[in-house]
Design a protein around this ligand. Structure first.
Ligand code: G3P
Ligand code: CA
Length: 252
C-alpha cells in the first residue's frame, strides 16, 4: 500500500488506457488521453523521457521517427524543436495538429478525471544522478501539482525505482516486467514498498497473481487487446488491465 494513492473512486478491476487510447488516436498525445477519458478509462498509462534541454516529454520511443514527423533521438533535440513536429499525422491526417506533450500538460488535463501511470523509460536513466534527473523532475511535478493520490510511477529499471523509493514520502511505485517474478523479486519490491507489479500478460499465471496479492502487491498486466485475452486474464484475479481498445475492454 502507498499512503498517498487513492483508488476508492475507481472500478475494480481498473480499466487502463495504454498510451491513452491508441486503437483510435495517435498514442501518447492529448487527443489520445482525452479519448481515453471519454471512453471511461480509470487510469491512463503513458511513457516519459527527457529532452536535450532537460524537459520531460511524453513519447514511447527513444527516437522521433515512428510517432512524429521528425527523426533522430529525442535526447538530441530541444523541447522547442520537438514541439514543432506533427505527432499525429502518422496515425491519421486528422490529427496532424497534435504535438508531443509535456508531462505537466497531461497532469493538468487529467486532474480530477482519472488516475495516471507514468512509465519512466529505462533509457532515460543517468548514472551520474544530476539534480534534474528524470526521476527527480517527475516526482517534483507530481508533488507540486498535488497528484500523489492518483499517480503510479513505473519503470523496467530498478535503479530508477530505487532512487524514488529513497525519497521522502514517495508516490506509488511499480515494476514493469517481461518475465515472471520469483521470491527474490517480491522481496525487492517489498523492500522498496512498491505498490504494484506490471507484467507482460503472456507470462502471467494464477499462482503468480496469488503470490503478489499475498505480499500485498497489486497486479496490472499489459497489453491486453482482445476479448479472449481479457477474459482469460481477468479470471486470474488481476487488479486491472492495461489495454489498447478501451471500448471493447469496457464491454468485457
Ligand atoms: O507499462 C506497461 C507497458 O507499457 C510497457 O511496455 O513498451 O508499451 O512501454 P511499452
Ligand atoms: Ca509504457
Amino acid at each position: 500500500m502507498n499512503p498517498h494513492l487513492d483508488l476508492s473512486r475507481f472500478s475494480n478491476p481498473l480499466l487502463i488506457g495504454h498510451r491513452g487510447y491508441p486503437a483510435r488516436f495517435p498514442e501518447n498525445t492529448l487527443a489520445s488521453f482525452r479519448g481515453a477519458i471519454e471512453a471511461g478509462c480509470d487510469m491512463i498509462e503513458l511513457d516519459v523521457t527527457i529532452t536535450k534541454d532537460r524537459r520531460i516529454v511524453v513519447i514511447h520511443d527513444d527516437t522521433l521517427d515512428r510517432t512524429t514527423a521528425g527523426k533522430g533521438p529525442v535526447r538530441d533535440r530541444s523541447f522547442e524543436e520537438i514541439r514543432r513536429l506533427d505527432a499525429g499525422g502518422w496515425f491519421d491526417p486528422r490529427f496532424s495538429a497534435e504535438r508531443v506533450p509535456e508531462l505537466s500538460e497531461v497532469l493538468d488535463l487529467t486532474a480530477g478525471r482519472c488516475l495516471l501511470n507514468i512509465e519512466i523509460k529505462a533509457s532515460a536513466f543517468e548514472a551520474g544522478y544530476p539534480a534534474d534527473a528524470i526521476e527527480h523532475q517527475v516526482v517534483a511535478l507530481v508533488t507540486t501539482t498535488g497528484a500523489e493520490d492518483r499517480v503510479i510511477i513505473s519503470s523496467f529499471d530498478w535503479r530508477i525505482l530505487q532512487r524514488i523509493a529513497a525519497m521522502d514520502s514517495p508516490p506509488a511505485l511499480a515494476l514493469i516486467s517481461d518475465h515472471g517474478a520469483d521470491r527474490s523479486v517480491i522481496e525487492r519490491l517489498l523492500a522498496m514498498k512498491a505498490f504494484s507489479w506490471h507484467p507482460r500478460f503472456k507470462v502471467l499465471t494464477r499462482e503468480q497473481v496469488d503470490r503478489m496479492h499475498a505480499a500485498g502487491l497489486k497486479v496490472f498486466p499489459w497489453t491486453i487487446n482482445t476479448r479472449e485475452e481479457a477474459q482469460r486474464i481477468l479470471a486470474l484475479g488481476v487488479d486491472g488491465l492495461i489495454c489498447n481498445e478501451l471500448q471493447v475492454m469496457r464491454a468485457v
